[in-house]
Write a protein that binds this ligand. Sequence first.
Ligand SMILES: NC(=O)c1ccc[n+]([C@@H]2O[C@H](COP(=O)([O-])OP(=O)(O)OC[C@H]3O[C@@H](n4cnc5c(N)ncnc54)[C@H](OP(=O)(O)O)[C@@H]3O)[C@@H](O)[C@H]2O)c1
Length: 315
Amino acid sequence: MAMEIPRKMKAIQYSTYGGPDVLHCEEVPVPVAGENEVLVRVHAVGINPGDWQIRSGLAGDRFKLPYIPGWDVSGVAASVGAGVTNFSPGDAVYGMTVNSGGCAEYVVVPARYLALKPDSVDFVEAAALPQSAFTAWHALFVQGKLETGQTVLINGAAGGVGHFAVQLARWKEARVIGTASARNESYLLDLGATAFVDYTASLPTEIERSADIVLDTVGGEKVDWLLDILKPGGRLVPITWGRYSSVKAAKASVTVQEVQYPAISTAYLDELTHLVNGGQLNVTIDSVFPLEDTAKAHEKSESRRARGKIVIRVL
Ligand SMILES: NC(=O)c1ccc[n+]([C@@H]2O[C@H](COP(=O)([O-])OP(=O)(O)OC[C@H]3O[C@@H](n4cnc5c(N)ncnc54)[C@H](OP(=O)(O)O)[C@@H]3O)[C@@H](O)[C@H]2O)c1
């Protein structure tokens, strides 16, 4: 299906690092799909903490300015570059860009980072999935090697990554302890968590030395207590920086893994599609913003209070 592609498009971009006010809606050229790439007419963009971490300069200054944020996209293939055989113009797709650029009407994505959109969800839900659900999958099953019948504690279980991790671990028939503040207790138990821990209250002693794996999505300076939750031989899998005492870890005979940033692929996205279409993996949408309000979406994410995912609707 041929699609008319304009030469200019609306995009949110910034030319200096800083607060949400550096984000501006501007007119920029529509990119062109190169070899093995797909030009996607963007319908929705999922927000990730990485978006504002880069924008604020927290992730360093190696990102070339001006910069268009947004990694997770869903939309329709507008054109395909040479060598692309698995997508055609008109296909509804979702996936992840290589270096942001999603907060725009069009974005170029390598075909190997795209898949056909799950039929059972709309574009907003599809855009919420790639980075968070894949990160949860990789942390639990590739790094954590979680097996049926094991126990996993998910720190930050109500967030973008955490709420997918709860469902994936339950799909694996693992026991799930989810941490969040009290307002998320019934949400997490409804999502499938076997037990709930309010991180603002004192720790229930029965969870000490009870978990085979801890997935930490929170990190920071005050996460040493997570080492007390692991059984000897257990694995702590962090997806963000945290200060864990190596002395304490050695004493408890547990290991703390390195933070990894694995690359997504069509094969992983197809696995997610299968679970979404089968009803085993559902998306919680915290809030949806129009493209022009990307700054508000960043502010919401930066508050660290999102339940599930924040998404920008472009079309
Ligand atoms: N390594 C990777 O490939 C990768 C990929 C994606 C994300 N990340 C990183 O992973 C981290 C989490 O990402 P995300 O998208 O899941 O974040 P998020 O959606 O912003 O997380 C928000 C959630 O965190 C919870 N929370 C805040 N403080 C908490 C605490 N002290 N204990 C337990 N829960 C707490 C909140 O629950 P309450 O409101 O109940 O407090 C809220 O539901 C970010 O730093 C991100 O940069 C890494």
